[in-house]
Design a protein around this ligand. Structure first.
Ligand SMILES: [Zn+2]
Length: 59
């Protein structure tokens, strides 16, 4: 059963969430900090993070 996500829920799930390009761990951080390179993956320490894509379920 698929229902449209509440915008608030969607915001909570996807806003400021980034995925490590090396180990695919999810990291939550402010976009401004990502842009400044201040954020690193909490799991592997890699600083290459991408925006989490909607709709894929995993990752
Ligand atoms: Zn990582």
């Amino acid at each position: 059963m698929i229902m449209a996500l509440d915008p608030v829920v969607e915001q909570r799930m996807f806003h400021n969430v980034f995925v490590c390009m090396r180990c695919n761990a999810r990291n939550r951080a402010a976009l401004s900090k990502i842009r400044q390179g201040k954020v690193r993956c909490r799991k592997c320490g890699c600083d290459r993070l991408r925006v989490r894509k909607k709709g894929s379920g995993k990752a």
